[in-house]
Design a binder for this molecule. Sequence first.
Ligand code: DX5
Ligand code: ZN
Length: 218
Amino acid sequence: MRSIISASVLSADMLNLEEEIKKIEDNGIEMLHFDVMDGIFVNNITYGLPVLEQVRKATDLILDVHLMITDPLRYVTRFAGSGADYISFHIESESNTADTIEAIRRSGAKPALAIKPATPAECVFEYLDYLDMVLVMTVEPGFGGQSFIAETMEKVRIIREKAASLERDIMIQVDGGINDVTAAYAVNAGADVLVSGSYLFKAENMAEAAGKLRRADI
Ligand code: DX5
Ligand code: ZN
């Protein structure tokens, strides 16, 4: 199956975001990954609702919002209203997991549950029936440009097997340190959505880099 690429704009040129978005579109990338950090859940602060609204106006790309915030339940409806298609939140956050999934669904967006590298795969099992996607973090959330943690691949395998046993055709996304080499590990383990920030935006030729990520699924 062909992998979907989600370009993380955390590594984009923020002063030229519109051009960066066009570049993502022109290179045949399907999704735009929008990392929201509150400075408490993770040790970094990024952007939020007003920026997402502008991004939504600029593109028809699938908007994949990754909330790294302490209380996602409080904000998911507003992120959906500002244009998110998928909303990922962390199981390690303070919000009730089932209530947050339900609130995302009710707001019209697709719910995804994210787990940090140290969180066991089994923690997502009870929610698989209610999710469209699981996000397995392949670095500690907080910053772009970190190195891929290979041990997380076992969790991708475990979640893929469990989803298959439940006959759930769920998407599994990997995020952090994805490049032409690590993408192959992730795809072989059962991931189908590859988030990539620094690898795509630092490439001389984004189309070529995206092609290399895709060829990982052969
Ligand atoms: C990290 C973010 C990632 C980040 C990935 O906390 O969730 O989405 O942008 O960046 P790279 O691909 O550079 O590791
Ligand atoms: Zn992310």
